[in-house]
Design a protein around this ligand. Structure first.
Ligand code: SAH
Length: 236
């Protein structure tokens, strides 16, 4: 099983995710995720690997499942959105059946904290170029901006590539107004959530890191009573 834990505290776990972890004999995941659920894991066998150890973690999980164990691989948010689901299916091919249990993804949580910015078509783009060629990534940012999509950025700024967000901003400014509302949410749905409303022009004046989701509005997005809203199009 590949289980999504949601973006935040225990309230964001689904009942299905909790039941899946309860049913598992072995829990596999990045150690900070396992630290969120020590009580659920109890005395179960655990397999933790460092952040970049995804392939080894997937292989180990599939080995354990092939050996007859009930294994839960945990991912934050939704495991099928930049999570472990696809990799597990690739590694498990022809060996063991895999069940994917969805979770609330970060963009859903961040949007709810900001108001309702995703009421119309949107694109989620990761600014991590570890697994996607840089030029394709920026081409997608620019195409989404040209299509007037609301754009949500995951992995927006790391130490290794601090300028990707600046290049993304420049590409978006080719098609979007500098006054376009932007919402920045750090640690959505966790105790220490922080959120900021700004504009496309000024977004880089605020702290943005890898625990942050950035949502850039479309041409209709506006601020209503301090909340970021993209009108769906209803006539009032
Ligand atoms: N599978 C995850 C996404 C993994 S990519 C999901 O569905 O949510 C990791 C990125 O998700 C982070 O760099 C950040 O941009 C975003 N993210 C994850 N949790 C978050 C949270 N609680 N608040 C804001 N952004 C978050």
């Amino acid at each position: 099983m590949v289980v999504g834990l949601g973006p935040g505290n225990r309230e964001t776990f689904t009942a299905e995710a909790l039941a899946a972890i309860e049913a598992a004999q072995v829990v596999v995941g990045y150690h900070t995720y396992l630290e969120l659920i020590p009580d659920l894991i109890g005395h179960k066998e655990r397999v933790t690997t460092p952040m970049r150890g995804e392939v080894a973690r997937a292989q180990q999980a599939v080995e354990l499942a092939a050996g007859g164990k009930v294994v839960a691989v945990v991912s934050s948010g939704d495991p099928g959105i930049y999570g472990m689901a696809g990799l597990i299916l690739e590694v498990a091919e022809g060996r063991v059946p895999v069940k994917i249990i969805p979770g609330i993804t970060a963009v859903s949580a961040a949007a709810a904290s900001l108001g309702a910015p995703l009421m119309n078509d949107f694109a989620v783009i990761s600014l991590s170029d570890l697994l996607t060629p840089t030029e394709i990534m920026f081409k997608r940012v620019e195409s989404a901006a040209a299509g007037d999509f609301i754009i949500a950025l995951y992995n927006p700024r790391s130490h290794g590539r601090p300028d990707n967000i600046k290049i993304a901003q420049e590409r978006m400014l080719k098609h979007k107004s500098p006054h376009t509302p932007v919402g920045i949410v750090r640690l959505a749905r966790r105790g220490d959530e922080q959120k900021t409303l700004t504009t496309l022009q000024e977004m880089l004046e605020h702290d943005i890191d890898m625990l942050t989701t950035v949502i850039i509005g479309n041409s209709q997005t506006r601020i209503i009573d301090g909340q970021m809203v993209t009108p769906r199009g209803y006539r009032l």
